[in-house]
Design a protein around this ligand. Structure first.
Ligand code: DQQ
Length: 645
């Protein structure tokens, strides 16, 4: 941490004690003498060296439940299984796109489902996953906890799944960290965050859904800090530590943040809620010991019209360096990012602003770009994100949940649902001063295999250039586009009409675009996912849209297909750049060094295995571009259960 912005942590706080009254399931898996861990560590090093040799389970277990081709899904099954309002009654985590009721189901094969499973993104072995929870680094291991249903590929019976990694790329699944087993979380161990105290103690605050469907905040902590795997979690005997305050709906009060300290040594924590049904709010609690909390008489921030705020994240960011900051850092070169997951839209919004540590309030730099009305963290299929400060490498890491966009019945058939993004490093964009930058952690580059480079590829207006790279399902792509000449651009722009600044299908040709890459495309382009820039005129000036068009990504009709996108700042002298990670059914696309990001889920029926191809395209009618592109084939990550026994 930068000295100028660090705080001293010399105030006294209560160290959490053992709590013998707690019930900790499953009992057998949690009684592990310390000496065994050394054996575990040694065997892990060996196992990690076997990366790539482990063959993953083929997810074809539910093949028989796949409806026959061309048959509509029977209404009775829709009502009984597939269209249960998963999580909706609780206000959380339901699939949020239009109903697939009555649509035909594609005749997926086990091989299709096996192809859809990702190879270098984190996902559990089977069943449902949603939000990332309490990410942290401890004694050489990155820990990821996640909302997990151990029984089904749809939301429900939510526990904390747990996995560890040396590098956030290769993962080892561990036993569940916490399950619903007390009245205060019997309906679900919901989302929460970890805080590492100055003496190394780790505390977790999480939302419990009680036996009466009331959302309360609970305290938990590892029983043995010298265990690098943090296998054994203790729930505090006096839980819940926070209950819904007067005036707050008891089922709209959740997802405590990582804590930070104020000047007087007090710790602060945020909990998301809504006021008068429409006002998104970040409530602030203060505490000295993490057991007793006082609600401040004012929130950190509110935004009218944004509804319930879930999974709030609040963190400092350095404006003069790319170094990450601990959550308690403040100083003249520090701004604060406030992020809320908007329950109504199932989208993550953030804003950059100033934290007033005296008054414990936060003000956005630009009120017109406030949380929920300005920038999205990711403009694609992405939700419930959470950052943590990685003290190992001095950086802030962002995790995000990527839901499926197929139908629930497809998830049940394939036996799994959801992926986490590749973890991203978050920094401040000092060139624009208006946004964060997100970039895949450098560790992902260890999966890069052979690369192919194409330089000075002339992509004439109205042309398509196949890129012969062999298999195109696991890729890391870096591409730069240069337009033919600024003069040509200015001349072309004269004839342009004003644009609405919205992305549209890639087939919609205008003078200046779109141009980009088509991934997961078959030879005949019967399926393709174009990721592109489109230059448009708005208020007389040139703007750049960054878009992903999923409308032709799959012939399966039950799959939800979106056109995602937004305006991306391209500064004078900059080229148009993209980084794209393709990993089977997930495509993560970063524009202009991560100023804007779009994550897609696509389920092609033809453009899979060796039929998946890659193309450069330029659909502009009057703008030639030149591309420089480097493409790496990507290895699979090694993700499997930890050999605990
Ligand atoms: N998911 C959790 C909630 C959170 C929601 C439940 C966001 O705590 O608000 O699984 O996806």
């Amino acid at each position: 941490m930068d000295d100028a912005t660090s705080k001293s942590f010399d105030h006294p706080y209560t160290v959490l004690g053992e709590d013998p009254s707690l019930v900790i399931p499953p009992a057998e898996s949690r009684q592990r003498p310390t000496k065994v861990y050394f054996g575990i560590l040694t065997s892990t090093v060996f196992l990690l060296s076997l990366a790539g040799l482990i063959v993953r389970e083929n997810p074809n277990r539910a093949e028989n439940s796949i409806p026959a081709a061309g048959t509509a899904i029977p209404e009775s099954s829709q009502d009984n299984v597939r269209f249960l309002p998963v999580g909706e009654a609780e206000g959380v985590s339901a699939k949020s796109y239009p109903s697939t009721r009555g649509r035909l189901s594609f005749n997926w094969t086990a091989a299709d489902f096996a192809w859809q499973r990702t190879s270098y993104h984190f996902q559990p072995e089977k069943n449902w996953m949603n939000d990332p929870d309490g990410p942290l680094f401890h004694l050489g291991w990155y820990h990821l906890f996640y909302q997990y249903n151990p029984d089904s590929a749809i939301w429900g019976n939510i526990t904390w799944g747990h996995a560890v990694s040396r590098d956030m790329i290769h993962w080892l699944y561990l036993p569940l960290a916490m399950v619903p087993d007390h009245w205060y979380d019997i309906d679900g161990v919901w989302t929460g965050s970890a805080t590492i105290l100055p003496n190394g103690t780790i505390i977790v605050l999480y939302t419990g859904d009680t036996n009466e469907a009331v959302q309360v905040q609970n305290l938990a902590y590892p029983s043995n800090l010298s265990d690098p795997l943090l296998l054994d979690w203790v729930k505090y005997s006096d839980n819940p530590v926070i209950t819904p305050p007067t005036g707050i709906e008891t089922d709209e009060f959740r997802d405590p943040t990582t804590a930070w300290t104020g000047p007087n040594g007090t710790w602060y924590v945020l909990v998301g809620s809504r006021l008068n049904t429409t006002i998104g709010v970040a409530l602030v609690y203060e505490t000295l010991d993490f057991k007793n909390y006082t609600l401040l008489d004012h929130p950190l921030h509110t935004v009218d019209g944004t509804g319930m705020w879930e999974c709030i994240d609040f963190y400092p960011i350095s404006t003069n360096s790319s170094v990450g900051l601990d959550n308690s850092a403040t100083g003249p070169e520090v701004k604060h990012v406030l992020k809320a997951s908007l329950d109504n839209l199932k989208l993550d919004y953030y804003a950059i602003g100033t934290y007033d540590e005296g008054n414990v309030t936060w003000t956005p730099d630009d009120p017109e770009m406030d949380v929920g009305i300005g920038l999205q963290v990711d403009y694609g299929r992405y939700y419930a994100s959470k950052t943590f400060y990685d003290q190992n490498k001095g950086r802030r890491i962002l995790w995000g949940w990527v839901n499926e966009t197929d139908a629930d019945y497809d998830d049940l058939a394939k036996g799994w649902a959801s992926v986490q993004t590749i973890p991203r490093v978050v920094t401040y964009d000092s060139l624009t001063g208006t946004n964060i930058l997100q970039w895949p952690v450098e560790e992902i580059e260890s999966l890069r295999l052979n690369s192919t480079e194409f330089e000075d590829v002339f992509v004439e207006a109205g042309s398509l250039v196949p890129l012969d790279i062999g298999n195109a399902t696991q890729l890391d792509i870096s591409v730069e586009f240069e337009i033919e000449s600024t003069q040509a651009l200015e001349e072309s722009m004269l004839g342009e009409t004003e644009s609405q600044l919205e992305c549209s299908v890639a087939d919609n040709r205008t003078t200046l675009g779109p141009f980009g890459l088509a991934v997961l495309a078959d030879e005949s382009l019967s399926e393709l996912t174009p990721i592109f820039f489109r230059l448009v005129k708005s208020n007389g000036t040139l703007k750049t849209l960054f878009c992903v068009d999923e409308t032709r990504s799959s012939k399966a009709t039950e799959v939800f297909k979106e056109i995602y996108g937004t305006v991306v700042p391209v500064l004078d002298g900059e080229k148009f750049t993209m980084r794209i990670l393709v990993d089977h059914s997930i495509v993560e696309s970063f524009a202009q060094a991560g100023r804007r990001v779009i994550t897609s889920r696509v389920y092609p029926t033809e453009a899979i295995f060796d039929k998946a191809k890659l193309f450069l395209f330029n659909n502009a009618t009057d703008l030639n571009v030149t591309a420089a592109i480097k493409i790496w084939q990507m290895n699979s990550a090694d993700i499997h259960p930890f050999p605990l026994y």
